[in-house]
Design a protein around this ligand. Structure first.
Ligand code: DQA
Length: 138
């Protein structure tokens, strides 16, 4: 059985409540339940943290012993050299995802410290961005 993990960064625990015009009104738990039911032959772990170092620790922990990492580092995407370096340091391929199209938003969201070291980037498809990333690992 393939083993994937979704790692979400800061403020993504508020999905469903947070700026629903941008991020939608589904909670991540509701979305995850659906996706796990649909891809029941894949193990899909989930981790969320609002703390940069905890995201780095999680990447180190899973980055040598699973088949794929789906990472939405949220605001840290645009600021964190440390998370970018962690993505480079591990063996497991990382797909960078974003719910919104960061390129049609503020200029500061156009830069990513993750993209240069990611296997690929999927953005702008709402929560479906995560599902497309899952499909890319199957
Ligand atoms: C986001 C885009 C980021 O710019 C933002 O800081 C987020 C969410 C997205 O999924 O669209 O928190 O990563």
């Amino acid at each position: 059985m393939k083993k994937l993990i979704i790692i979400n960064g800061p403020n993504l625990n508020l999905l469903g409540k947070r700026e629903p015009n941008i991020y939608g009104s589904l909670t991540f738990t509701e979305f995850l339940d659906k996706v796990r039911a649909k891809y029941s032959d894949v193990e899909i772990d989930y981790y969320q943290s609002n703390i940069e170092g905890e995201i780095i620790d999680k990447l180190h922990e899973v980055g040598f012993n699973c088949d794929g990492i789906i990472l939405n580092a949220a605001a840290y995407t645009h600021t964190s050299v440390g998370i970018g370096d962690a993505v480079k340091a591990i063996e497991t391929p990382v797909i960078e995802v974003h719910i919104s199209n960061t390129f049609n938003r503020e200029e500061f969201r156009h830069q990513s410290f993750i993209s240069p070291n990611a296997k690929g980037v999927i953005l702008g498809f709402g929560l479906q961005s995560y599902e497309l990333a899952i499909l890319s690992f199957l």
